[in-house]
Design a protein around this ligand. Structure first.
Ligand SMILES: [Zn+2]
Ligand SMILES: [Zn+2]
Length: 152
């Protein structure tokens, strides 16, 4: 057990946001519903955008959060103005079983992407996840201070 704990420790200067989130989720005390909604934001937003960043780098690049929140206020899908994206029909409204997911075929319910802002409440949730994960990083001495300790 002690060996396992010792092995789990990332070298200080190499730990990434992915490493941190993974570790934090295993120890964080979260209500089930909170965990489910946090995991959704983590998979959709935090990992794709910040996952590979090193914590050390984030300590000196705190502007990244403002850029991310500004982009989420512009487009919830973080499309970055790419052309030709499609907003697929909501999952779970398949006409036949197996119609969504693997083998999904677009039909008239799938439309050309239109940017929609992410709601402020959702951005606050994303910020809460980051704030809590960074507090944990400081506790583990993966970071010397929380780059975004307060409200955003
Ligand atoms: Zn589609
Ligand atoms: Zn967009």
């Amino acid at each position: 057990m002690i060996e396992r704990i010792a092995q789990g420790r990332e070298p200080l200067n190499k730990a990434t946001v992915d490493d941190l989130i993974e570790r934090w989720l295993t120890v964080a005390e979260l209500e089930l519903s909170t965990r489910v909604s946090y995991e959704g934001y983590i998979e959709r937003v935090i990992r794709p955008v910040l996952g590979k960043m090193r914590l050390r780098e984030l300590e000196i690049r705190v502007d990244i959060f403002d850029v991310l929140y500004a982009e989420l206020r512009r487009c919830r899908k973080l499309c970055d103005g790419k052309q030709g994206l499609v907003d697929h029909r909501p999952l779970g409204r398949a006409r036949k079983p197996g119609e969504d997911g693997p083998g999904h075929r677009c039909d008239e319910r799938c439309r050309l992407h239109v940017c929609k802002p992410l709601e402020p409440a959702s951005i606050r949730q994303i910020h809460a996840i980051l704030r809590r994960a960074f507090n944990f990083a400081v506790k583990c001495r993966w970071m010397s201070e929380n780059p975004r300790p307060g409200r955003f």
